[in-house]
Design a protein around this ligand. Structure first.
Ligand code: C2O
Ligand code: CU
Ligand code: CU
Length: 442
């Protein structure tokens, strides 16, 4: 009641920022102006690479996650700029309808900028999707999930480790689960079908979404747009950076209250109006053609480890991809138009949501292996059979959950543009601590 407003940094004055709508095939230009103050209101840890003392404290650059764009418009982490400057980015949108999102990507501090509120939806539309007759207009609703630590004065709190041996907090989790920036909101719905564009924009929290009463819902899309066919789910496990397109039909639920939960904890409520509502929307049994990519199309295989690494006890622990830090020379140089298989060899105890800029990909499988016996690509000791991706993961993706103790294989065609891009873990504290690498399409 008497609490002051929460201090945020945002795009366009709200958290999340305004949903940007783009049409497939139509070029969109955005002039991103950095009007931030010159001092950060969240604590900057100068021991983290890219946040060194000689760097300007406040800097920003916008990345549209999931967009296929020329490198100059990608929001490469080192392309940040300071308050008073701006960048004109071009988005060709030569891609299928999908719920992309935009967020800050400035080296060393994007975990703070995003935590402060710098993210929003970027929805690409196309004619194919339009013709399906899915719920739209007031029946299509973005659900952006994030968690924050709030002080008793309703201000954002970002923890800093007091420990000199481990100067970073390796995952930041909040005590408040927010939907579209609101705490425990409710939505008044009519007894008809709704489409929800779910985005996990948290720094580090995975959500396991369910309806409190266990009723199933339908997933129709993932990161890069529609699945081949609707999938019925009772829970949706969604990692930071991932998106899911879901449909809930409230037609038979007039007058009822439903709750969306994360495991058992409340997230939001749906209050279904009474009476009957006319519903002309459709949920077609076939959504689009998603041809499976053939392994034989790949001209290169890469083995890329996900590992934590400590130089000496006095140094902070690093999270590394392929054993390398961000500023080491580029080692992944796929040829433009070629197809590769990337084996993500997870040697840690955690799931890492791995994201590649520029491209969309498919998940081939995940296979358990003996991490203790890991030496190199030639001597992998598999300990079980390969597991195919779940139906909800079988469409086009741009984030993959690389599970611990598994080698996760993705198949990628490096289409679009030549140039330098990033791939990284989407746990933002991992990304800031070297779990990010460049790749260069040549
Ligand atoms: Cu959500 Cu490098 O991106
Ligand atoms: Cu991205
Ligand atoms: Cu990670």
């Amino acid at each position: 009641h008497d609490l002051p407003p929460t201090r945020l940094w945002t795009y366009g004055g709200c958290m999340p920022g305004p949903s940007i709508e783009a049409q497939s095939g139509k070029v969109l230009r955005i002039d991103w102006r950095n009007l931030l103050p010159s001092k950060h209101f969240l604590p900057i840890d100068h021991r983290i690479h890219g946040a060194e003392k000689d760097q300007p404290e406040v800097r920003a650059v916008v990345h549209v996650h999931g967009a296929c764009v020329p490198t100059a418009s990608d929001g490469y982490p080192d392309d940040w700029y300071v308050p008073g400057q701006s960048r004109l980015h071009t988005y060709p949108n030569r891609q299928d309808a999908a719920a992309l999102w935009y967020h800050d990507h400035a080296m060393g501090i994007n975990r703070l900028n995003i935590y402060a509120g710098m993210f929003g939806h970027f929805i690409v539309r196309d004619e194919h999707e339009q013709a399906l007759g899915l719920p739209q207009g007031e029946q299509e609703i973005p659900l952006t999930l994030s968690d924050r630590l709030l002080t008793t004065a309703a201000q954002l709190y970002y923890p800093v480790s007091g420990n000199s041996e481990a100067p970073w907090v390796s995952e930041v989790f909040g005590n408040a689960m927010l939907v579209n920036g609101a705490l425990l909101p409710y939505l008044e719905v009519q007894p008809r079908r709704y489409r929800f564009r779910v985005l996990n924009a948290s720094n580090a929290r995975f959500f396991n979404l369910k309806m409190r009463d266990g009723r199933p819902f339908v997933q129709i899309g993932s990161d890069q747009g529609l699945l081949a066919a609707p999938v019925s789910l009772r829970n949706l496990f969604i990692a930071p950076g991932e998106r899911a397109d879901i449909v809930i039909d409230f037609a038979a639920l007039a007058g009822q209250q439903l709750e969306l939960v994360n495991d058992a904890l409340p997230i939001m409520q749906f209050r279904v109006g009474s009476g009957r509502a006319k519903d002309a929307s459709m949920l077609p049994a076939v959504l689009r053609d998603v041809p499976r990519m053939s392994e034989s199309a790949a001209t290169k295989q890469r083995m890329l480890t996900l590992d934590s690494y400590q130089d000496c006890v006095a140094e902070p622990m690093l999270m590394l991809l392929g054993g390398k830090r961000w500023h080491e020379p580029v080692t992944e140089k796929p040829v433009l138009g070629s197809t590769e298989i990337w084996n993500l060899v997870n040697l840690t105890d955690d799931t890492h949501p791995i994201h590649l800029h520029l491209v969309k990909f498919q998940i081939l499988d995940r296979r358990p292996f003996d991490t203790g016996a890991w030496m190199d690509a030639q001597a992998v000791r598999y300990t079980g059979a390969a597991q195919a991706p779940s139906a909800g993961e079988a469409g086009w993706k741009d984030v993959v959950q690389a599970w611990p103790g598994m080698i996760t294989r993705i198949i990628v065609r490096f289409d679009g543009y030549a140039g330098r891009y990033a791939w990284h873990c989407h746990l933002l504290e991992h990304e800031a601590n070297e779990m990010m690498r460049p790749f260069e399409v040549v």
